[in-house]
Design a protein around this ligand. Structure first.
Ligand code: NAD
Length: 290
């Protein structure tokens, strides 16, 4: 397919490369010149602006920093430039309300569109093993699915427009809570005289078992290799986790829900970020208990 790809950063760069590798004709745009150069080296054609990249394409994929930028790019450069009836996929993590507004505007103009945020970090984007959670009509989802499958290992329909974002922020709120809980359990176990590996051996086969423990343990040298084994470099940055927690709390306020532990997790990550740890992996929050 002829596909425009807008936003070639840490995530989008690898995703666009995978679409080119799968045989699509990828027309790429980013504001950053180095991102364009990398995309060219990976088999994409690059353009001077987003509207030119979108001219005549059958599909558009975007991977951008926030909702304001997504809204602006779709209004100014995608709608009216992509071919009539093209299928549009925004894979950025943004607020539910903006996702729904942009999809409504795209549908009004005759396009099919899904919000399709991802789970999995930069390595999954490069390796083509992302999980996509997509919101939109069944028809839009079925058209988007094969393109998303070329960049991921799982593509799940989350329901109507905006539900992909809803799934993403609820998942990441749970992840933050789970990581803080895992960190606190390991620290308390240590203070009570338990060896961390012994606690892992017990809890990983008991009812405290969770992904933060058995796939992404915050204690160096315990469990499979994780950012903790690399001084908390790489992985999922604290600043990005904080962004997702803020989106979750804003959505909760709009829905008149009060996630008390989720709110506390946001406060703890806010303090950790403000203390200068924004670029460290989010599992580094365990060092706050040292
Ligand atoms: P990034 O900052 O590395 O990339 C964003 C890119 O968008 C940059 O290259 C920037 O130049 C470009 N950009 C900004 N405004 C633009 C515009 N108007 N037109 C064209 N390009 C523009 O960010 P990232 O880590 O790739 O994250 C992208 C999205 O994916 C975010 O919404 C993030 O929350 C989400 N996400 C990131 C991760 C991760 O581990 N990095 C994981 C899951 C989801």
């Amino acid at each position: 397919m002829k596909i425009a790809f807008i936003g070639l950063g840490n995530m989008g760069g690898g995703m666009a490369a995978n679409l080119a590798k799968a045989g699509h004709q990828v027309r790429a745009f980013d504001l950053a010149e180095d991102a364009l150069a990398t995309a060219r080296a990976k088999g994409c054609e690059t353009f001077a602006d987003a509207a030119s990249a979108c001219e005549g394409v059958e599909a558009v994929v975007s991977m951008l920093p926030n909702g304001d930028i997504v809204s602006q790019v779709y209004t100014d450069s995608v709608i009216g430039h992509a071919s009539e009836g093209a299928v549009l996929m925004d894979c950025s993590t943004i607020d539910v309300a903006t996702a729904r507004d942009v999809i409504a505007a795209a549908e009004q103009a005759g396009y099919d569109m899904v919000d399709a945020p991802v789970s999995g970090g930069i390595a999954a984007a490069e390796g083509g093993t992302l999980t996509f959670m997509a919101g939109g009509s069944t028809a839009a989802f079925e058209r988007a699915r094969p393109v998303l499958e070329d960049m991921g290992k799982a593509v799940i329909h989350a329901g109507d427009a905006g539900n992909g974002q809803a799934a993403k922020i609820c998942n990441n709120m749970l992840l933050a809570v789970q990581m803080i809980g895992t960190a606190e359990a390991f620290k308390l176990a240590e203070k009570l005289g338990l060896d961390p590996q012994t606690f892992y051996d017990i809890s990983s086969v008991s009812s405290g078992q969770c992904w933060s423990m058995t796939s992404y343990c915050p204690v160096p040298g315990v469990g499979p290799k994780s950012p903790a084994d690399n001084d908390y470099q790489g992985g999922f940055a604290t600043a990005l986790m904080l962004k997702d927690l803020r989106l979750a709390m804003d959505a909760a306020a709009g829905a008149h829900v009060n996630p008390r532990i989720g709110g506390r997790a946001k406060e703890l990550y806010e303090a950790f970020d403000a203390a200068g740890h924004g670029s460290r992996d989010f599992s580094a929050i365990i060092t706050e208990y040292d």
